[in-house]
Design a protein around this ligand. Sequence first.
Ligand SMILES: C[S@@+](CC[C@H](N)C(=O)[O-])C[C@H]1O[C@@H](n2cnc3c(N)ncnc32)[C@H](O)[C@@H]1O
Length: 266
Amino acid sequence: MDENRTIRDFGEQWLKYGDVGGYFGSLELFEDMIFPFIKPDDLRGCKAAEIGSGSGRIVNMLLQSGASHIIAIEPSADAFEVLCRNLQQPEKVTCLKITGDKLPAYGDLDFVFSIGVLHHIPDTKPVVEAAFRALRPEGHFLVWLYGKEGNSIYLALINPLRIFTKRMPHFVLVILVEIIYWPLVFYIKFCHVLPLPLRDYMLSILQKMSPEKRRLIIYDQLNPSYSKYYTRFEAEKLLSDGKFVNIRVHHRHGYSWTVIGTKPSL
Ligand SMILES: C[S@@+](CC[C@H](N)C(=O)[O-])C[C@H]1O[C@@H](n2cnc3c(N)ncnc32)[C@H](O)[C@@H]1O
């Protein structure tokens, strides 16, 4: 699997959908992502890193939570430009144009986050090891991953489609996104009255997104050359193999995993 291709794919994505406003970039959404393990207030005065910052919404959420300094890692040159442009308090952020495995071994970070990134990386081990080295003892690594459980019907539909879409040129994919957008709007409406698959996600998250961000989310599902849907066991193992302890897993809205682990004390 070509890591560079995945990174290039994301560059195109963030050039097209680079805005980080609205619910997509809100503290309300961040609270939902890190629930039930961390509250935004826990980040006040902390040093943190985010692996795979994309257009920078998570970095801004960390800033809004009161983090004192953030290391933002983004390997795509195109996305890196968008990230730097979107930062709310650039003086508190160090942006590094590197892959996650190259995160420097600071050894004093309170938190490392990786939201929606590790499921696009074929070999996650070096990235998890780098997060471990960058944290202080008793620091936490929180990751958010696509889940396998709760997604079986969705995966039966999307996997055959992705065989084609991940190879499509950007402009064709943008047209396909438009075609899928309206059925999705109606699907969200039907979720109000019917117990359809992914109902919790549709009503708790997707419904709150602007039309532009819903399009981004469709694009993001069809575009990356590598996407892995983790079982609960695999999600937990990702961090236990990386020597993290006290690993806890939350099945977020029934379709994804929020996983947190702690670096053991000395
Ligand atoms: C789905 S986006 C998530 C962006 C951001 N975390 C968010 O939630 O908005 C995944 C990002 O990970 C980056 N990425 C891909 N491979 C990576 C790697 N090996 N190390 C670090 N980041 C990587 C991509 O360039 C992309 O910007």
